[in-house]
Design a protein around this ligand. Structure first.
Ligand code: FMN
Length: 236
């Protein structure tokens, strides 16, 4: 039996990380229990086309953030862990100090005390020393600090490729199997070290590429953009 995964979305920029994570987990058949902070609802309308109901519909169970008596507020309710995506500094601060004033923080505190994986996709920049100390404190209590920092070795060609890479790294921490991005497998195994032709979720295998998609030897999106920028500057 697969235990439910708790997903919380708080009001940092990048609520798309939480929304897309829920969508992916639904596709993977992983049961999700969702908590949305009040500020997450505000950012949802600022940053995306989704309504609160759209997002709630992606989860199996939804709890009000005020409901500190919900199932996930107790360690006796078993889960496979919790991901906060994205996680504000305010919520990080509350988690680091066990200031369990809402269900997001209480569920995170329970996850830590039960020694289950807690992943905090902390999002703020730049960071002052207080932020860094809060992250260190949460890490000392067992949390994984996983800011959504883009990587480029998997050759992203869209914003969603970048989002999927961060989500995939978070899912790795809670042991959810996925194929959201191409994993590094060393220099020797083809372009960018990836096994040639390997398909990943949402992407075609090499032999299945359609017109306009990049094949071996064609420039990457990032190279094309860099070339355009060079030409633009040179023509000034
Ligand atoms: C558009 C927008 C973007 C924000 N981005 C961040 C952010 O990246 N990181 C952060 O810590 N707070 C950010 N905030 C502020 C939080 O939403 C605010 O501190 C809120 O009280 C956090 O509450 P919560 O942790 O319960 O969601 C942002 C607010 C808005 C309106």
């Amino acid at each position: 039996m697969s235990l439910p995964l708790v997903v919380a979305i708080t009001g940092a920029t990048g609520v798309v990380y939480g929304v897309e994570m829920l969508r992916v987990l639904r596709e993977l058949g992983q049961e999700t229990h969702l908590i949305l902070s009040e500020a997450a609802g505000m950012n949802l309308s600022i940053e995306t086309e989704y309504s609160l109901d759209d997002v709630r519909a992606l989860a199996d169970v939804v709890y009000p953030n005020k409901d500190v008596g919900a199932a996930v507020a107790s360690g006796s309710f078993r889960t496979r862990g919790m991901i906060v995506a994205p996680c504000t500094v305010k919520t990080l601060s509350a988690i680091a100090n066990s200031f369990t004033y809402n269900l997001v923080v209480r569920a995170a505190d329970v996850t830590l005390k039960e020694r289950r994986p807690l992943v905090l996709m902390v999002r703020e920049t730049p960071l002052h020393k207080g932020h860094l100390e809060l992250m260190a404190r949460a890490a000392d209590c067992g949390a994984t600090i996983l800011p959504p920092m883009p990587a480029f070795y998997h050759q992203p060609e869209s914003i969603m490729d970048i989002v999927h890479q961060s989500i995939g790294k978070a899912l790795d921490q809670v042991g959810v199997e996925h194929r959201l991005f191409r994993r590094w497998s060393g220099h020797a195994r083809g372009a960018a070290g990836r096994p040639d032709g390997e398909a990943v979720a949402g992407e075609p295998a090499a032999g299945e590429r359609g017109a306009g998609e990049r094949g071996a030897g064609e420039p990457r999106a990032v190279e094309r953009a860099a070339t355009r920028e060079t030409l633009r500057v040179a023509s000034r």
